[in-house]
Design a binder for this molecule. Structure first.
Ligand SMILES: NC(=O)c1ccc[n+]([C@@H]2O[C@H](COP(=O)([O-])OP(=O)(O)OC[C@H]3O[C@@H](n4cnc5c(N)ncnc54)[C@H](OP(=O)(O)O)[C@@H]3O)[C@@H](O)[C@H]2O)c1
Length: 321
């Protein structure tokens, strides 16, 4: 059994990790650290887990008892946590925050997008899990970047309210968010950096713009990204390119039929649809922001790092209605 610790246990991504890990046949949750809820039963915060676990949030981590730790804390907190704790070299770390996603001097975290870096993740001790928008958007573009076919990219992508974390705010208040839709961080979303880093890694000559307009949707979970660019490939050639690139991917595939969010919510899948309209190639990508966009992908990375079957613990059921 892989012995697991979680830091930042009371938030949304931790809640999702706990749900999946409780059903993972080769993982055992040993401790869940929470600064805000230490000594309280886990089901008091993650209330859907009532009856599923008697675990209590702890105040202090015990690194000698675990093989891997997931960091589920907010921006900047993972780096501060690493500085404040001495974690043995044998303990693997999977960080869900933004802190280690960008390459920099001294950063030994491998960017954890299995569709791009499966072998490097298998060898890694430290993995930086990608952002949710970044996952949906990169999976729509990687085959084109890998083939050197990227041109200026245009993206609209809409996310559910859980993407903003558990803390209530004006833009997650039910009265405002319900039956509503809005644009935010147009052309300036922070995930553009990691998207650009991956695209450049696959296609070093790419220097056109990636234009990204994020939208807030009035649903709790999921991301739909609508991506288009100029492309000389025929529809058949583009579809073949995507199928070839994702031939060995266990969670990401292209489908002929149109796709929608409910096919992936609660699962670790990314579904893609590729269509050609005159000179434009249009790619639709759908994921669940908390599973494929965060905790499911983190467990996929754990499975790779420990050399077990990639889908272990991740046979999850979508909510079709
Ligand atoms: N939400 C997503 O869809 C998503 C997707 C991909 C990546 N991420 C990234 O993953 C990281 C964690 O995101 P998140 O959505 O899990 O954030 P979150 O729900 O806002 O939780 C963040 C932290 O808040 C703390 N917290 C403090 N008071 C709390 C309270 N009253 N109730 C619950 N938690 C409380 C928790 O730590 P303590 O338990 O120690 O207090 C938790 O680690 C972030 O860096 C985020 O950018 C999020």
């Amino acid at each position: 059994m892989i012995k697991v610790g979680i830091a930042g246990g009371a938030g949304y991504t931790a809640g999702e990790l706990i749900r999946i890990l409780l059903g993972h046949p080769q993982a055992e949750l040993v401790w869940i650290l929470s600064g805000s809820h230490a000594h309280e039963p886990v089901h008091k915060v993650h209330r859907d887990l009532l009856g599923d676990t008697d675990l209590v949030f702890v105040e202090k981590p015990d690194f000698s008892a675990v093989d891997v730790v997931f960091f589920c804390m907010g921006h900047g907190k993972s780096a501060a946590f690493l500085e404040g704790h001495s974690i043995p070299d044998r303990v693997k770390i999977i960080d869900l925050s933004h802190d280690y996603r960008l390459k920099a001097e001294g950063n030994d975290f491998v960017y954890g997008l299995p569709e791009m870096s499966r072998e490097a993740i298998q060898e890694a001790t430290h993995v930086a899990n990608p952002g949710c928008f970044a996952t949906a958007i990169q999976l729509a573009l990687l085959p084109l970047a890998d083939a050197g076919l990227l041109t200026e990219v245009h993206i609209h992508a809409i996310t559910g309210s859980t993407g903003a974390g558990q803390a209530p705010s004006g833009t997650t208040h039910f009265s405002w968010r319900n039956n509503n839709i809005s644009v935010y961080k147009a052309f300036g979303h922070q995930h553009l950096q990691e998207i650009g880093q991956s695209l450049k890694a696959l296609m070093p000559a790419f220097d056109a713009a990636v234009n990204f307009v994020p939208l807030r949707g009035d649903f709790a979970r999921g991301i739909l990204a609508s991506v288009y660019l100029d492309c000389d490939l025929s529809q058949e050639e583009a579809c073949r390119l995507f199928d070839r690139y994702y031939e060995t991917a266990v969670f990401t595939s292209r489908f002929e039929e149109n796709i929608d969010l409910k096919q992936v919510v609660n699962t670790n899948k990314c579904l893609l649809h590729v269509a050609k309209y005159d000179g434009k190639l249009h790619v639709t990508s759908v994921i669940d922001n908390l599973t494929k966009g965060a905790s499911g992908q983190a467990i996929h990375n754990m499975n790779l790092m420990f050399g077990i079957a990639e889908k272990t613990g991740l046979y999850l059921k979508p909510s079709a209605f």
